[in-house]
Design a protein around this ligand. Structure first.
Ligand SMILES: Cc1cc2nc3c(=O)[nH]c(=O)nc-3n(C[C@H](O)[C@H](O)[C@H](O)COP(=O)(O)O)c2cc1C
Length: 230
């Protein structure tokens, strides 16, 4: 299945012409900074649906993401089926209950109050996998670090996150799931490694502060604290 996906030679994007140059001005950079500042992990969605084709448009942009060896190992499953969604929701509830039970006593009460998914309200559901068996890229860059396939799929996720936010659509990452249950529920090939499950929709509110910070779970650290020089 992995390499049997159709469309190996994707249509070139209009902006993909060789030997063109492009520059981004100060205004664009300021807006890009705004985009990064205002991107949030969203769990509180309005229920109104996204316009037809939104997910496909976002996935098209995600396919411009970098990938090891140009392997483009990302695989997207748009989950519309009510029964499959229900299986995911049920699995989240099970995994979240187990995660709560594993919390230290002094953290458990706070954990129990967190909203960690918008699976009920979000109008759009998307699962992302990395195809470990893909022949695309001919193995370049994976010899010593095979996990680069998964890293590549994550770059596509972040691209969608930003592209969605740019059009006012919120996205929330749901990782409190059993990958085997997700793979079975979505009936994907065994070579596809589960990367994440994503809720998308219009956010109830916009914010510059992560919800986990607002709820007192964790603080952002200073950028200077993550830099070392050697
Ligand atoms: C790999 C990954 C997995 C995540 N899993 C979850 C999750 O299961 N539930 C949740 O509410 N948020 C999840 N998040 C969102 C983070 O909690 C969030 O990114 C972080 O608190 C910072 O907030 P921000 O994205 O709004 O800046 C995940 C984020 C990443 C990158």
């Amino acid at each position: 299945m992995s390499s049997k996906l159709s469309g190996m030679s994707a249509p070139s994007h209009s902006s993909e012409t060789a030997q063109q140059t492009v520059s981004f001005d100060h205004t664009f950079r300021r807006r890009l900074r705004d985009l990064l500042i205002w991107r949030r992990d969203v769990r509180r969605f309005r229920r109104d649906p996204l316009p037809e084709g939104t997910l496909n448009d976002l996935i098209e942009l995600a396919c411009l993401a970098p990938s090891v060896g140009l392997s483009q190992p990302w695989r997207f499953v748009i989950v519309d089926d009510a029964a499959r969604r229900e299986t995911i929701r049920h699995n989240f509830a099970t995994c979240n209950a187990a995660a709560l039970a594993a919390q230290e006593r002094e953290r458990a009460a706070l954990y129990a109050q967190l909203k960690l998914a918008g699976l009920v309200e979000a109008p759009a559901h998307l699962a992302v996998f990395a195809d470990r068996a893909t022949a695309q890229g001919h193995g370049l860059g994976r010899h010593t670090m095979p996990e680069m396939i998964e890293y590549s799929a994550v770059t596509a996720v972040h691209t969608i996150w930003l592209a969605a936010r740019a059009q006012g659509v919120g996205m929330g990452w749901v990782s409190i799931l059993d990958p085997q249950v997700v793979a079975a529920a979505l009936d994907v090939p065994p070579e596809w490694k589960f990367i994440g499950y994503f809720c998308l929709g219009y956010p109830q509110t916009d914010d510059t502060i992560p919800e986990l910070q607002q709820s007192g779970w964790e603080q952002r650290r200073l950028p200077t604290s993550v830099i070392v020089r050697r």
